[in-house]
Every structure is written in structure tokens, then in C-alpha cells.
Design a protein around this ligand. Structure first.
Ligand code: NAP
Ligand code: F7E
Length: 328
């Protein structure tokens, strides 16, 4: 009998990479889709045609119970969230409801339907926020800087609490920023690579950005979903940091992305205070030593390779669509 997995957030960046990875391992994979006629469902079905889509919403607990009862998963990966930090400042309560309380709704549904299901929570380096030490590891204290980060801290602690209170196999993966050609256009990396391609093709001339000094530990999403799966295969549930161990500024990302197509970013980038946040995270860099030692996990894509992959993909997509398509 093949193993079965349920992924929430299937229409997001990580959802499609994780579905592909699990399908390649022989899993039957179910993906939770919210909303009526969600347009992103067609995209993920094109990427992973063997995927089974089911309807549900982290706002609606009975929909989660119904999905668990019909799909019988061995493993649940909770990737669904309001994940855009800037939006979380504008919709703090909604972010708390989905990114925070949504975790409890799902954990409680699992506890009621089948407490032996293994559970992965998509925690985030945003929990470290105003960092207390560098690099950050599993024991670094949290100091979130946004409603998103605060909601993720709640999601992390409730995951640990259900493990300790009910003996559930519930783990929290503390993942640092990970990017890809499938990254949403609202995030800075894809916003830059999409703009580089548009400017190179003569479709646009300017890119408006906020804080260029922010530094992030950027890895490749395809590498990070392998770590999620490995965490649920361990003999005991535990929490892991997943990161490359390198940090780079938004300015460095710009430099690499523009120079790849023979352009200077200074000729095109305009600083626009609309993209500044009420509070930002200055610098993140993770210590993934525990994941390396216990999971045997290591990243395979370097920072320059990641930037090149994203620029090439956006150039290819926009060239073949005459500038109309937003996603590969
Ligand atoms: P993403 O592209 O923003 O995807 C978020 C997903 O959540 C989408 O599929 C979205 O569905 C779904 N969703 C939102 N509200 C929902 C609701 N009420 N019920 C059910 N589904 C809902 O995020 P990602 O980059 O793939 O990240 C996956 C997870 O990892 C997120 O929890 C994120 O916070 C976390 N994380 C990401 C990173 C990173 O660098 N990518 C790092 C650390 C942690 P719709 O299509 O319906 O909007
Ligand atoms: O911003 C700065 C911005 O939105 C990165 C999410 O996946 O990773 C992600 O959160 C930095 C910030 O990602 C623009 O101020 C400058 O300092 O790409 P981002 P994020 O906030 O790091 C973590 C780990 C998650 O968990 C989240 O879900 O770039 N920045 N100018 C800008 N950012 C954006 N989006 N747009 C700008 O114009």
C-alpha cells in the first residue's frame, strides 16, 4: 500500500514542489484548495497531474475534519498561510486567524480523526525577527517583527504543545527564505527577476523597491521540501532549522540579477517608501547543523545559481508569451 499525504497550501510555491517530491517517492498526494473555482488549482494540476485536489479552508474546521476522513493521510503538511509579511500588517487579524489559529484547527482535526497522523508545520525564520544571536538555530529566542511573525510563533508553540500534551508526531520546520521560479510576484526576489526580464525585453524601464539593506538567507525551494519530508521520517518528532548558512542583501540580489542580462540596477531601481514596512527584519542567517547531522540534509543550489535560475525562467516565460504571462 502506498503512503498517503495531505498538503495544505498546495497552490503556493512550496505546495507544488512538495507534491512533485512526494509523488516521485510513490505517495498518493491530496492537496487542499480553498475558495470557489480557485484559479491557481489549474496551475498546480498542470505541474503535478496525479495530484488529487480536495476542498477545504483553514478558517473552517469541519471542512478539515471532512477532508481528513475522506483522504486518510499518513502525513499532513500544513503549508497554508497568509505568508506575505507586508500584507500581514494590513490584515493582522486575518493573519492571526489563518497563519496562527489555523494550525490549531488542523491539529485538533487530526487529534479527533486520527492522532497517529504525522504533522509538519511550516514555521519561519521570521519568528527570530530582531535576532538575539547570529546565526540562528533551534534554541535561539524568538522576537517577531510583524503580525505574520507573531502568528508563526503561535503556530510553532501550539505544534510543540500538541506533541508534548497528546504524544502526537508533530514537528515544526523553521525554514529560512526559499525562492524559485514559482515564487509569488509579491516577494522581493521574484519581483526583481520578473522586472529584470521585462526591462531586458523592453516591456518596462523601472523597478520600485523598499528597503535594499535587508539581508536574507535565501535558498532554493526545491531543496527545502526534501527537508520537510525527511522530518516526518525520523524515529522521534523534533524541530529543525533549514537554511543555507549564507546571507545576502537585497542590493546583492539586484546586482547579480541585473548583471546577468548586462544591465546596471542603479539605472532602473527607484526607492519607494510605499514598500517600506512599519518594522522590518534587518538580517537573518540560519545554522542548519542539526538538519545536516540528523536528517542528512544539505542545500544543492548556490545563491548565484538561484538568481540565474529565476532570471532565466522569467526571460523564457515572458519571451514566449509576448510579456503577458506572470507565472512559468
Ligand atoms: P505561498 O506561496 O504564499 O502559499 C500560501 C498557500 O496558503 C496558498 O496555497 C494559499 O492558497 C494557501 N492559503 C491561504 N489562506 C488559506 C486558507 N484560509 N485556507 C487554506 N489555504 C489557504 O507560500 P509558500 O512560499 O509556498 O510557503 C509555504 C508555507 O511555508 C507558508 O506557511 C509560509 O508561511 C511558510 N514559509 C515560507 C517560507 C518561504 O521563504 N517561502 C519560509 C518559511 C516559512 P490560495 O491559492 O487559495 O491563496
Ligand atoms: O522581503 C525587502 C523587505 O517579502 C524580503 C516570506 O516567504 O520569507 C518571506 O518573508 C526583504 C524584506 O520576504 C521590497 O522589506 C525591499 O526585508 O521577499 P520578502 P520576507 O519578508 O523575508 C520568510 C522566511 C517567510 O516566512 C515569509 O512567508 O526584502 N524589500 N523592497 C521588499 N520586499 C518586497 N516584498 N517588495 C519590495 O518591493
Amino acid at each position: 500500500m502506498s503512503r498517503s499525504a495531505l498538503i495544505t497550501g498546495i497552490t503556493g510555491q512550496d505546495g507544488s514542489y512538495l507534491a512533485e517530491h512526494l509523488l516521485a517517492q510513490g505517495y498518493e498526494v491530496h492537496g487542499l484548495v480553498r475558495g470557489q473555482n480557485n484559479p491557481r488549482a489549474a496551475t498546480v494540476s498542470r505541474i503535478a497531474p496525479e495530484l488529487h485536489l480536495v476542498e477545504g479552508d483553514l478558517h473552517d474546521q469541519s471542512s478539515l475534519i471532512g477532508v481528513l476522513e475522506t483522504t486518510h493521510p499518513d502525513e499532513v503538511y500544513n503549508l497554508a498561510a497568509i505568508s506575505f509579511v507586508a500584507l500581514s500588517f494590513k490584515q493582522a487579524i486575518n493573519t492571526g486567524q489563518i497563519t496562527g489559529l489555523g494550525v490549531t484547527r488542523l491539529l485538533d482535526a487530526i487529534r479527533l480523526v486520527n492522532p497517529t497522523i504525522r504533522f509538519y508545520q511550516a514555521s519561519s525564520s521570521e519568528m527570530f525577527g530582531k535576532v538575539r544571536e547570529t546565526p540562528q538555530n533551534e534554541l535561539t529566542p524568538f522576537h517577531p517583527r510583524s503580525p505574520y511573525g507573531v502568528a508563526k510563533v503561535y503556530g510553532h508553540h501550539i505544534t510543540v504543545n500538541y506533541r508534548e500534551s497528546y504524544g502526537m508526531f508533530a514537528v515544526s520546520g523553521i525554514l529560512f527564505n526559499h525562492e524559485s521560479p514559482r515564487r509569488g510576484l509579491e516577494f522581493v526576489t521574484r519581483k526583481i527577476t520578473d522586472a529584470v526580464a521585462r526591462i531586458k525585453l523592453g516591456l518596462e524601464s523601472e523597478l520600485r523597491l523598499g528597503n535594499l539593506d535587508a539581508q536574507r538567507d535565501w535558498g532554493f525551494a526545491g531543496d527545502y521540501v526534501r527537508a520537510m519530508h525527511l522530518m516526518l521520517q525520523q524515529p522521534e518528532p523534533d524541530d529543525y532549522v533549514v537554511a543555507t548558512g549564507e546571507t545576502h542583501s537585497v542590493r546583492e540580489f539586484l546586482e547579480l540579477a541585473f548583471s546577468q542580462v548586462g544591465l546596471h540596477w542603479q539605472d532602473h531601481v527607484v526607492c519607494d517608501e510605499r514598500f517600506l514596512r512599519p518594522a522590518d527584519v534587518d538580517m537573518l542567517v540560519g545554522d542548519a547543523g542539526k538538519a545536516r547531522r540528523e536528517l542528512g540534509w544539505a542545500p544543492t543550489v548556490s545563491f548565484p545559481e538561484l538568481v540565474a535560475m529565476m532570471v532565466e525562467s522569467d526571460l523564457r516565460t515572458l519571451s514566449s508569451s509576448g510579456g503577458l504571462a506572470a507565472a512559468p
